[in-house]
Every structure is written in C-alpha cells, then in structure tokens.
Design a protein around this ligand. Sequence first.
Ligand code: NAG
Ligand code: NAG
Ligand code: NAG
Ligand code: NAG
Ligand code: NAG
Ligand code: CA
Ligand code: CA
Length: 571
Amino acid sequence: MATRGNGKPLALVALLVLVSGIPQPSNGADNNWWQHAIIYQVYPRSFKDSNADGVGDLNGITSKLEHIKELGATGLWLSPIYASPQVDFGYDVSNFTDIDPIYGDFADFDRLVDKAHRLGLKLLLDLVPNHSSDRHEWFQKSVNRIKPYDEYYVWRDGRIGPKGERLPPSNWLSVFGGPAWTWSDSRKQYYYHQFVPAQPDLNYRSPLLRREMERVMEFWLGRGVDGFRIDAIIHLFEDERLRDEPRSFRPGVLADEYEYLEHPYTKDQNETYGVVADWRALMDRHGPGKYAIVEGSSMRYYDVGVDPFNFMFTTKLNNDSRPADYVSEIRGWLDNMPRGRTANWVTGNHDTSRAGSRLGYNSNRSDQLSMLVAVLPGLMVIYNGDEIGMLDRAMSYKETVDPAGCRAGPQRYHIKSRDPARTPYQWDATTNAGFSTSSKTWLPVHENYKTLNLAAQRSPSSPATTHYKLFRRLSMLRKISPQLSSGQVEVSASLDGRALGVVRRLAHRRPIALIVNFAGVDLHLDLRTWMHLPDTMSLYAVSVKSGLKLGAMVDLKRNFTLPAAATVIFI
Ligand SMILES: *[C@@H]1O[C@H](CO)[C@@H](O)[C@H](O)[C@H]1NC(C)=O
Ligand SMILES: *[C@@H]1O[C@H](CO)[C@@H](O)[C@H](O)[C@H]1NC(C)=O
Ligand SMILES: *[C@@H]1O[C@H](CO)[C@@H](O)[C@H](O)[C@H]1NC(C)=O
Ligand SMILES: *[C@@H]1O[C@H](CO)[C@@H](O)[C@H](O)[C@H]1NC(C)=O
Ligand SMILES: CC(=O)N[C@H]1CO[C@H](CO)[C@@H](O)[C@@H]1O
Ligand SMILES: [Ca+2]
Ligand SMILES: [Ca+2]
C-alpha cells in the first residue's frame, strides 16, 4: 500500500525542478492564454517608485517585472495610469489616451510593454469607461453645451419640490455616499456621477461618445496591450425614465449611504451588454488572444464574449462564512457559467481589506485564499502584496486620502476607506521597505516591513515555507498538473462542517487535494472516508503558520490532524 503512495510524489518533485528551468512559450503562441492563467494586479502608485517622489511609476514596475515572472504569473493588470487629477487615484481620467506624468511617459510605457512581452507576460490595462474626470476636455465642453460634447454626459433638469425648490432629478445615490446628481451653475442642469462629483458619468446613449471610447480601446491595442480589465461596467447605463430606487431597509445604514437603496435602475441595465458585445468585436478585429474581464458579476457577460469578475471571496464570503457557504458559492459559479468558458477567482484588490487581514485569526489564514484558488479551475487573480502576506495598515483620519474615506467623515471613515490595503509594496528591510528613497511616501509604509518583506521571504536562509515560497509552489503546481487544468472538481465540507475540501481528479493521475481548517482548534479528519483519498499522500504545500512539515508523507489510514486555521495541499 505504502509503495503506491510513495514513488509518485517524489517523481513530481523531480519534475518540478526540471520544469522551472524551461523557458515559457513566447508571447502570442497561445491564443487562449487566460484559460489557466494567473493575473497579478499591480496598483501602480504603490508598487515601486523609480524617481524618489514617493509615488510608484511605470519605470518602477518595469524594474520589477522579473518578480512577477518568477512568481509564476501569466500576466499583469495595471490599475489606471492615464492622465488624471488623481481625485480617485487614477479612476478619474482627464485624457484616456495619455499617461499621467506622475507615472511616466509613452517611452516608459513602451519599454514596459516590450519587457513584459519579452518575459512572456501578458499586459492588461484598466479601462475606465463609465466616467471621466470633470477636468476632461469633453466635460468642460459639455458644461458649455459645445457640440457634439453637449451629449457626452448624463445631463438632466431638476425636479421642482413642493415649495418650489430645486431637487435632483431622482433619489439616486453615489457609491461613495451622498446624491449622485450635482448641479452645474454654468449649464443650469444636473449631471449624474455614480462616484464622486469629480467623476461625471459618460452618456452611452450617445453614439458619438461610444465611438470615442472605441477609439480609446483601439489606441491601446495598437500600442500592444493584450486586453483590458474593464472598470465599473455595471454602472454603464441608468434607467432612461430616471425612476427612483426603492429603500433597502438594511440595518445601521445612514440615509446618504449607497447601501440605503436597492439599485434596480442604476446597475446592470440591459443596454450594457450590447455595448460590451461591440467592444468584444473590436478586440477580435485586432487579432487573436485579446482578453477582457469586466467588473460585474452577471453570467450574462459571458454571453457577449467577456468574462465577469468573480468577487465571491471579496464581497460574498467573509470571516464568518462557513465551509458550506464556500461550497455553495463555488459550485454556484461553476454550475452556472456557460460550458467551455473560463472561471475566475479574485482573492483581493485595491478596494477591499487584504486577504491576510480580512480572514481574521491574526493573519494565520493569510494563505488560505491563494491556496484554495490555486486548485480551482480557471483564472486566478491576485493583488500585489498578497503573495507575501501583506496586511492592512490602520490609518488615522488625518492620514486618510481615499475619497471614499474622506467623504464618510472622522466618525465613519474607517468603514469606507480603502487606504489600508493600498500601502507601498514591501520589497526589503531598507528605508520605506525598498519602495522609494523619498522622505515621504504617498501612503505610509506598513510598520511591519522590517520583518514582512519579499527579500526576507525569498532568502535561502528563511524557512522552507514563507508566503512567497508557498506562492511559487502553488503556481508551479498549476503549471505542471493536468489534474488542475482539466480534472474534475469536487468541493465539499467535512462531516462536522468545520473544514473545506477540494479534490481534483483525472484518470490515471493521483488526485490533488486541498483542505482548509475553518475552526480555531485542531481538527482530526478521516480524509479517506470524506474525500476518497489514497492511503498515503505527501504534503505539497502548507500554510505558513500551520507548523506542518513540507514534503512529509502522511499515512491517511489514520486520522489526519489539521492544525487550527491551517490549509494544506496533498499530492
Ligand atoms: C490626449 O492625449 C493625447 C496624447 O496621446 C493628445 O494627442 C491629445 O491631444 C489629448 N487630448 C486632449 C483632449 O487633451
Ligand atoms: C432585459 O433582458 C432580459 C433578457 O434578455 C429580459 O428578460 C428582460 O425583460 C429585459 N429587461 C428590460 C427591463 O428590458
Ligand atoms: C472578523 O471580521 C470582523 C470585521 O472585520 C472583526 O471584527 C472580527 O474580529 C474578525 N474575526 C476574527 C476571528 O478575526
Ligand atoms: C496563530 O498561529 C500560531 C502558531 O503559528 C498560534 O500560536 C496562534 O495561537 C494562532 N493565533 C490564532 C488567533 O489562532
Ligand atoms: C475593484 C475596482 O476596480 N474598483 C474601482 C471601481 O471603480 C471605482 C470608480 O472608478 C474605483 O474607485 C474603484 O477603485
Ligand atoms: Ca515616482
Ligand atoms: Ca453610468
């Protein structure tokens, strides 16, 4: 019995070493490159500062592409680098075909694209089609009713209140709080903004505006990008009749908070899908291998040729969720998506608390999501810093710069602010964690950088399992295991409901199995009965604080003890 289990994992370890030395297929060789990919989100302001002004930039990113490559990522997605007054840190674009000088210039951009492609990395840009900055020339002209720009934004007359006072056209609320309509004294009309007033919504009922945005996409495809991550797509259209939205009656929500209302008239309107289908056709005209993933979760996006972002791990599941909740969410996605299309799993981003902080247990669960997602089929999307287990950094109100936090005020900013997950990347133990040599960085560096940094975790003298070394093992396993790309997926909870299990099985292959302990105590699990595993398996990956020994052979005829909050992968 034991010999059956013993030989193969060793052979696999040997293979791992071998495969890591083989160069990647060159760019463009694989037109469906995203199907089993790892996409690494770079938040440019916080990745690497090359010119000591305290803000990350393109040359900084270019200098660190090897890191992304070595991690085993297939490509990267850059949060916005376009010209912007930076009110929403780049998500307020004042010229969609220009680069903000704070990040660099076109020569820098071209060098980044070129080096990424030479390394075999794909590059996706963040397209922000729903709104522009109020300083965009289109908006300036629209305010002054200059044709054809007059119709580029969503302008409406107000309503007249009972005492003859002027009221906004509808009760719609901004995502960042407060009314979604702002009065323009120059134009004598209200304009609509789903986000802050400095981010007026573009009017997709204007064919001319639609054409402008297509030109933007053509511009960047022409400069060599491999596709787009498309921002805030669910907000593209609003109900033409401006119907008021109903109350949500959610407890503890203030009347000016977005969550105060349901959003049947300002989200996922039907016309969105037609526009997205046009964008798909445009990308296809630029040749094969162009990918788009949109910030919306409806399965209908698959039907128009793009992938909807799967935010279940950042929005639907939290530290109170049980294994059974994970099972139903994961199954729900896999069973509802169209056959033959690619699932995707987002473990974090610049809008949500970091995985290591969000999941609780004092960061003992930092690795849980990347380990889980690594064994699921499809595309893995990770946020820069999560591969080294970076944690949220609490900010004072004075330190807060995120408009979502500032608008919430000193009492509630900590609920809304997205700053804690946006601090500079922790490269090493030198000044500012090696991010910048400036005396001041745009957001403070987390104080834990002296011990929590990439250099320490890569070092041959560091323990065999650090977050970074673990992540590399995960990406390697994904590359070499046919079970993970094409095997069948079994997701289940243990009998006592306290552990989550995923098994990937393929004929003539040993299964790959992941187990997550959701409890704060050790669990003693009969894995053969629960997951139908072989008698002996090897611990291929263990979460950093588990205390378990990597590579150990485990006799599963006996109960396996999984330490509190630990995650393991058996092969
Ligand atoms: C936007 O930037 C481009 C540079 O790519 C420039 O040619 C164009 O004039 C700018 N447009 C506006 C409206 O400023
Ligand atoms: C939107 O489209 C769906 C599917 O085509 C349809 O069932 C629904 O009635 C449409 N809704 C509206 C408001 O047009
Ligand atoms: C779970 O998250 C909530 C809200 O962030 C936090 O208050 C709580 O302490 C967390 N629980 C654990 C076990 O860390
Ligand atoms: C986290 O793990 C360590 C062992 O590495 C353990 O001592 C500690 O009690 C754990 N903390 C929690 C909150 O589970
Ligand atoms: C996850 C994500 O990209 N969120 C962005 C959605 O769009 C708004 C407005 O553009 C940004 O503020 C978020 O950061
Ligand atoms: Ca800089
Ligand atoms: Ca809109």
